[in-house]
Write a protein that binds this ligand. Structure first.
Ligand code: HEC
Ligand code: HEC
Length: 341
């Protein structure tokens, strides 16, 4: 056998192996994409786009009312916690900004968590969930508080057993799915509800869509400053935040109270991720005091000063702070429609 022949056969074999490997990877990729879609909720948004660094919220055109209503009932049900004392709504009060008003949240047995409860209103629009972005979407976020021993401290088996003892829930689950009460369906319902929580018709959106008089003159000054000082380099897009990660501050100018938590570094152990958090959405921010990942700042004006100094190296005048605070008031929208229905 000539050595040329051996080389030829070897090259052919290598080629076949490479093709098979590529096919295998592609099928894995496909499988993964399918898994991601399993729980997708049937909700139709109409995107609105304008030529500005912040964008209006999309409009909820259609959503599955039966799934969302079931999700709302689950969201309010303490049966999702081990001792039936805590519901999602305990820490996310949808009628008061979608957070809980405490610096850090209180779970079962009065246990204190370590982070401030973010609002769930509009959270479907965030590129990742949680302060450190550890969940890629609402589907993967939902089981976390249910299993967290500091929050609801239970498991699917227990939750399904308790819900199965409630004729109202049995009926509602059977009405939307032949599988009845399963972990997947609990997640699907909660996500269908959360995806419908868009706080429409805020003055800022009305303004962005062309109605100048939707903002007061002071708010318009605040808008110009929010843009020109550079708040929009981080708080941008349709959720006025929630679409990138950033480091908290030029460290020497950030108050020590914000440096209690390494943020994404806890997950990645990458030194560059120290103090890096998901930039929070500023929608409804006037309703969600106290502020920051640990709820250590009570007033919005202090939060604005800390941001200007820590993130932009600017010492704002009292007038600047007042103008920007007035603008942030205009980020509050209406109660989502699905709450009233
Ligand atoms: C004991 C209080 C508590 C309970 C109960 C609770 N949460 Fe939360 N939730 C929090 C806190 C605190 C965070 C932020 C934690 C972090 O980022 O590390 C959070 C984060 C979230 C987020 C991410 C929001 C964002 O923009 O990043 C969503 C969505 C959410 N919770 C939904 C739920 C749902 C659904 C339930 C019920 C199944 C629930 N929560 C139960 C306290 C709670
Ligand atoms: C370099 C990026 C960056 C810039 C610029 C920036 N922010 Fe922030 N902002 C963040 C991050 C990151 C957080 C979360 C920090 C934390 O919780 O520790 C945050 C949090 C906030 C909060 C608290 C929100 C909440 O729900 O607790 C407010 C209010 C805020 N920013 C307003 C502003 C204003 C006003 C400006 C302009 C003066 C500004 N930010 C500029 C990145 C930025």
């Amino acid at each position: 056998m000539s050595s040329r022949y051996v080389v030829f056969v070897t090259v052919c074999l290598l080629f076949i192996v490479a093709v098979l490997f590529a096919k295998f990877k592609a099928s894995q990729q496909h499988q993964w994409q399918q898994d991601e879609e399993v729980h997708s909720t049937e909700i139709i948004y109409q995107e609105l786009s304008v030529d500005a660094p912040i964008q209006p919220l999309p409009v909820v055109k259609e959503y599955d009312v039966a799934w969302a209503q079931l999700g709302k009932a689950l969201f309010k049900s303490p049966l999702l916690s081990s001792d039936n004392t805590v519901s999602c709504a305990s820490c996310h009060d949808l009628y008061n900004g979608g957070d809980d008003g405490f610096p850090v949240s209180v779970g079962i047995k009065q246990q204190l968590g370590t982070r401030n409860s973010p609002t769930v209103i509009n959270s479907v629009l965030n590129f990742r969930q949680f302060w450190d972005g550890r969940s890629p979407n609402l589907e993967s976020q939902t089981p976390e508080p249910i299993h967290n021993p500091m929050e609801m401290g239970t498991n699917w088996q227990e939750v399904i057993k308790k819900l199965s003892g409630q004729p109202g829930f049995v009926k509602s689950f059977n009405a939307v799915s032949s599988d009845g009460i399963t972990a997947d369906n609990i997640i699907k319902a909660l996500v269908a509800f959360e995806a419908s929580l868009i706080s429409q018709n805020s003055p800022i959106d009305d303004f962005l869509l062309g109605n100048r008089s939707a903002l007061t003159l002071q708010q318009q000054r605040g808008y110009d400053k929010f843009v020109s000082y550079g708040c929009v380099t981080c708080h941008q897009g349709r959720n006025i935040g929630g679409n990138l990660y950033q480091k908290v501050g030029r460290l020497d100018k950030v108050p020590a109270q914000l440096l209690d938590d390494f943020g994404r570094y806890e997950l990645t152990q990458n030194p560059q991720d120290k103090y890096v958090f998901k930039v929070p959405s500023l929608r409804n921010v006037a309703l969600t005091a106290p502020y920051f990942h640990n709820g250590s700042v009570d007033s919005l004006s202090d939060a604005i000063r800390i941001m200007a100094r820590g993130q932009l190296g600017l010492d704002l005048s009292d007038e600047d702070v007042a103008d920007i605070e007035a603008l942030l008031q205009s980020f509050s929208g209406e109660l989502p429609r699905s709450l009233a229905e």
